[in-house]
Every structure is written in C-alpha cells, then in structure tokens.
Design a binder for this molecule. Structure first.
Ligand SMILES: C[S@@+](CC[C@H](N)C(=O)[O-])C[C@H]1O[C@@H](n2cnc3c(N)ncnc32)[C@H](O)[C@@H]1O
Length: 257
C-alpha cells in the first residue's frame, strides 16, 4: 500500500472492522484530548453566542455524538431552547448525550437514526435552528444535498462546523502520504491514549479513505464545496468564518439561511 502507512498500522494496529461510533471509547477519548480541547471550546463558545443572539425556542442537532459541542454550549449560554431534538445513529453516543442533558432545563427528544432516515419520515415539523458539528461529513456525497435540502425546509438557520480540507486526488501516493503525515501528527497529541485513539478511531477512519475493503466513515471536502452544496440545496445567505486551527485542516463555522 504505502511504506509509511504500513509502519503506522504496524505500530498501533487498527480495529478496521469495528464501527468507530458504535463502541465509542476511542472516539470519546479522541474528542476530549489533543487539539480537540481548544477546537471544542471555541466551537461551544460560538454556538452559545448564536443561541444568545437568535434566542431559538427549538433546536435540532444532527449527529450530536455524545454532546461534546452541544452540552457545554447550552451550559454557558444565557438562552436555552425549550425543545431540543437529537438525531444520532449511534445508540451509545445518543444515550451519553441524552444523559448529559438531564440537568439542562429543556425538553429533549432523541432519535436514534441517520439524518437520511430521520428526514425521510418527518412530517411538517419545523425548528428555529439546526446544527451539525463535524457530522455532515459522515453523510455520503450522494445523499448530502438532499439532507441539506431537508434542513433548509425544516429549519430557519443551520450552523455547520467542518474542516476546510483541500482537494486531493484520491488513491495517489501523494494523497496517502499527506494523510499519513497528518495522522501521525494528530496521534502524537494523545500521550498515554495514543494507542486507544489510533487503533479504535483515527486509523480506521484513515483506512476507510484509502482501502476499499474498509467501511468509510467520512467524505470531507473544501469549505467552498460546502457552500456550493448549500446553495444547490436552496440556502441563499451563507457565511463561512474561521473557527480554529487544527492538525488535520483548519476548522470553519458555516451559517446558512
Ligand atoms: C465526528 S462525530 C461528531 C459528533 C458531535 N457532533 C461532535 O461535534 O462531537 C460524527 C458524528 O456523526 C454521526 N453520524 C454518522 N453518520 C451520520 C448520519 N448519516 N446522520 C447523522 N449523523 C451521523 C456519528 O455517529 C458521530 O456521532
């Protein structure tokens, strides 16, 4: 495949057959360590500022994970929406997010589904605000515009956090080398948790991008492509702001209405 990728896999191993979000110990350690500490602090601050400014009564979080972006944002905001809907395919992560919201003064509705299924069965419900933090990258490209269209139809304002990843030609030695170098840098941030994070999360995600036999967990793209897809979905006011520098790629906050 590639010598440096082989060396990385030999060093840490990779649970390539285990879905990364269904048994989430490695993902949970990943999001709570390294450069994610600063990234999530910035993200939760920005989300909280958005709740305080727009004062939404209803909020929809698509792919909420275990609530690491949502819960601190609600805890620090002056305004808390009276109803929050969580959509998350992983039972373990959804359960963790729901438990963390037990002390927040809001009505929580939890939907254990991927966004595609959730919107396919939805009637005419509407939310004042929706957010999707690092989750829409998990919606395959062929489903993405229809999910964005559903978000436009069912919500007033959508906030997306994603990485502004440069275009690379997939499968080239340059692309694999670039992935390996950046993942090595990321894993190095985890100290005692490096093995857990690499084996159970980062390396399966990396392998999904380069090995057709490993289930792919994400399809990332440049911020400009998110803007194009949001425009295709019918959003007309789209704003892209830098969120934080990060070892993988710069993170951006995209607001669309
Ligand atoms: C990188 S995590 C981000 C979690 C959380 N939003 C956060 O910021 O910490 C990606 C999340 O998207 C969820 N996900 C995967 N496929 C999805 C889909 N089709 N629809 C909605 N969420 C999805 C995963 O289960 C996971 O919780």
């Amino acid at each position: 495949m590639n010598d440096s990728l082989d060396a990385l896999l030999a060093k840490y191993g990779a649970d390539a057959d285990r879905p990364v979000y269904d048994q989430p110990a490695a993902f949970t350690a990943f999001v709570r360590g390294g450069g994610n500490v600063n990234l999530y602090e910035r993200l939760s601050e920005q989300l909280a500022a958005g709740y305080d400014e727009a004062q939404p009564e209803s909020l929809l979080d698509i792919g909420c994970g275990d609530g690491l972006a949502l819960v601190p944002a609600l805890e620090s905001a002056g305004h808390v929406p009276s109803r929050i809907d969580l959509v998350e395919p992983s039972a373990a992560l959804l359960d963790a997010a729901t438990k963390q919201l037990a002390d927040v003064n809001t009505e929580v509705h939890a939907w254990q589904q991927p966004a595609q299924e959730f919107f396919a069965r939805l009637g005419d419900r509407h939310w004042d605000r929706a957010q999707a933090t690092f989750s829409l990258q998990s919606v395959p490209i062929h489903d993405r515009v229809s999910v964005l269209k559903a978000l436009r139809e069912h919500t007033d304002v959508l906030t997306i956090a994603e990485f502004d990843v440069p275009v690379q030609v997939e499968g080239t030695p340059e692309q694999v080398q670039s992935l390996v170098s950046r993942y090595e840098r990321g894993i190095a941030e985890y100290g005692d948790d490096a093995q857990l994070v690499a084996q159970g999360f980062l390396l399966p995600v990396l392998l999904g991008q380069v090995d057709p036999n490993v289930a792919r967990t994400n399809w990332e793209q440049p911020a400009a492509s998110w803007v194009d897809q949001l425009t295709e979905a019918g959003f007309t006011e789209i704003d892209v702001e830098p969120l934080a520098d990060y070892w993988w790629a710069p993170a951006v906050l995209i607001t669309a209405a």
